[in-house]
Write a protein that binds this ligand. Sequence first.
Ligand SMILES: Cc1ncc(C[n+]2csc(CCOP(=O)(O)OP(=O)(O)O)c2C)c(N)n1
Length: 635
Amino acid sequence: MLVLLRQGRLSKWFSGIGQEAISVGAVAATNPDDWLLPLHRDLGAFTGRGLPLDRLFRQLLARADGFTAGRDRSFHFGTLEYRIVGMISHLGAMLPVADGLALAAQLRAERRVAVGFIGDGATSEGDVHEAMNLAAVWQLPVVFVVENNQFGLSTPTSEQYACADLADRAEGYGMPGALVDGNDVLAVRDAVAEAADRARRGAGPSLLECKTFRMRGHEEASSTEYVPADLVAAWADQDPIVRLERDLDAAGALDEQARATIRHGLQARIDDLVADALAAPEPTSSPDREVADVWAAPRPLRHPTPAQTTEVPTEVRYLDAISDALRTAMRADDRVLLLGQDIAEYGGVFKVTAGFVEEFGKARVRNTPMSESGTIGASLGLALDGFRPVVELQFGDFVTCGFNQIVNNLATTHYRWGAPVPVVLRLPIGGGLHAGPFHSQNVESWFAGVAGLKVVAPATSFDAKGLLIAACEDGNPVLFLEHKWLYRSLKGRVPDDDYTVAIGRARRAREGSEATIVAYGVAVHWATEAADAIAKEGRSIEVIDLRSLLPWDAAMVLESVKKTGRCLVVHEAPEAGGFGGEVAAVVARDAFAWLDAPVQRLGALDTPVPAAQALEEIFSPKGRLLPTLRALLAY
Ligand SMILES: Cc1ncc(C[n+]2csc(CCOP(=O)(O)OP(=O)(O)O)c2C)c(N)n1
């Protein structure tokens, strides 16, 4: 790889020279069905697991027939076939995923472990703490392998952490920790084997700190003057391959001639593989194909029967419709399980899951620690091993603590290496309850531009149930935005039994001819109220309820606007950067010739959400809707 780099045929390389014993030793201690979560220097995890080297080289050289078809570089890929879940660049982010994979094994009572690697630098990331804590609390079969090569880019360990050894942290988490000679391949193998054995017996996770040294720069293009030369010389003598050869020599197990034969054989094989990979085609594609591969194909929908929509006996609260959807999805598919804070015996802070433990048990209705990133990362691991987790964020506002897992891990996995990610995140969002800046936010615009996510915002009880069942079956990461104000104030007719509502399809909430209001969530109700009020003045307003924001139903919006000639987009979130801007831009571009007035958008004031009722009323766009609509009609 170093030669290819110098030849300009490889763009980047993070060398593992000097620390090969860790990944090689660790993998040697695993079974083929154990999970590996390797990092950028862990070539030995891939070769040790026996990946086909021709395809691996094509991946490393970004060829069409690598593991990501050129969509991601180097070791940023996974392969379920070989039970490897590769990294994203955000070091630390894969350890919660290791927890999820281990939880899948624990739930199925399979004696399988997950081995998660982490550098000394990345141990300072919050995800690492969340993952270790979660694994210890749930006694998950995870082996955390710290590769302490003494530098994180240029940062020495003295500037990275203040404890004597990282292994000491294990005690604080409630798991065994051990220091391992990371340059002794057999010592690593034995330590990982012991930890894996413990995990398989159900005795929980372990933390192994393997001490080693990074013999080259952080990456090949970066300087190394900050590394003391005498340290490099001392560690060169401890090189793991040199040491193994010495040991084999001393044991009379491998003479010089046998070593030379092995070396030449490998060299010749690698030369051939590189030549083949260099000759392999570069990726080609089309815009349609790239966009199509962002999401896994969703499962077919079950449209409600006409009888289900017209002959519904009872009115159901929005909150109960959501509970009903979860219960329906869990009864239909035992791979669906719930994770969240206080959701089990307590029933969740909004009581959406009250009574669920009694019906489904604690394995499927899981209280988590306060650990949004850890939990969302674990849900990715569960999903990769065949579960369909539904995570309740206690308040939508706290999704910020899981942001990286959502936008970089959940959202990108299918596009990058083809694994479907059936994860639903339920977010109680929105204001009107005078709950202040951190319990009232609307979060959709943080996510509406993230390829790979779906974002759903139901306004009615009927849609809440049907969309949530559809989300549970979709096979892609779905953010399900539940409006807290609607939970107990809105009732609607909801069929008792199973049905789905299509993600990505809007609904005509009210028929009209003179202007279109486009809304979603609570704003749909403001829009219909405004339309009712203005109908008394003899004006006719159509209301389109988007229901889904990613993807959103531009076709229905455009059809409506072409009919009415006027368009107002309204949402509860602040106006600047709000989703209304997206809708307004598409309407202005694609329905320009039909418009009799400029497209309007209306959102909240561009301030944090204030707590006091009087201030929240000033903040909210609700009170400005009617005047804005009148102005639009008068234009
Ligand atoms: C969240 C995050 N912040 C910063 C970086 C940039 N970065 C890439 S590698 C690296 C150092 C990592 O050190 P360590 O975890 O010890 O692993 P090593 O490279 O030494 O194997 C940094 C800072 C990153 N990839 N991710």
